[in-house]
Design a protein around this ligand. Sequence first.
Ligand code: DGL
Length: 213
Amino acid sequence: MRIGIFDSGVGGKAVATKLSELLPHAEIISINDHKNMPYGNRKPNEIIQLTINAIQPLFQAKCDAIIIACNTATTVAISTLRSTYPDMHFIGIEPMIKPAVKLTKTRCIAVCATPSTIKSKRYSELKDTWAKDFKIIEPDCSQWAELIENGESDKIDTNSTVKYLMKKNVDVIVLGCTHYHWIKQRMKNATSPNIKVLEPSDAIAARITTILN
Ligand code: DGL
């Protein structure tokens, strides 16, 4: 089995690593679009076109499935990808709102994601479906993905973000961008132990294994 993984940048790496542990016999081809990232600050049409262009090598490589390991590209582009390429099996990654509302006791969660994800229609649908009666705080993370991509994640003030969220009574923080995997530990270190930080790479890899099996 050959599986393609796409992210705009280093966000796909954590998913690729997990997946190769879970599916040691699968061939995993991981690609990115470093030169056009961050996708999260672009308009929907641009994100759709860039994603279509970027994943072409995965079609040429005859992948059996393509994982869009990018919340931004998933929320903005996956429905277009599915209708444009009906024969390809696309698996996307979206902000983990459903698990977060199951875990929260304060009924107040935070979603850290790119501006394009937050503005997407799909994200609004997820909120309407799973979190209608919950409070959702969306802190400004507009610079995070690019800083992480460029190895400058130490410039992200995780302490202030977490402090702000705790003041708002948030008890579950969703990391809704695959780049944030690389600051998960720093976010965790900044929170008190009763606050959960959710990030999808483990859950996604397990779900993908189930789907593909
Ligand atoms: N890793 C992508 C995501 O999950 C976004 C990075 C970018 O803005 O390009 O949303």
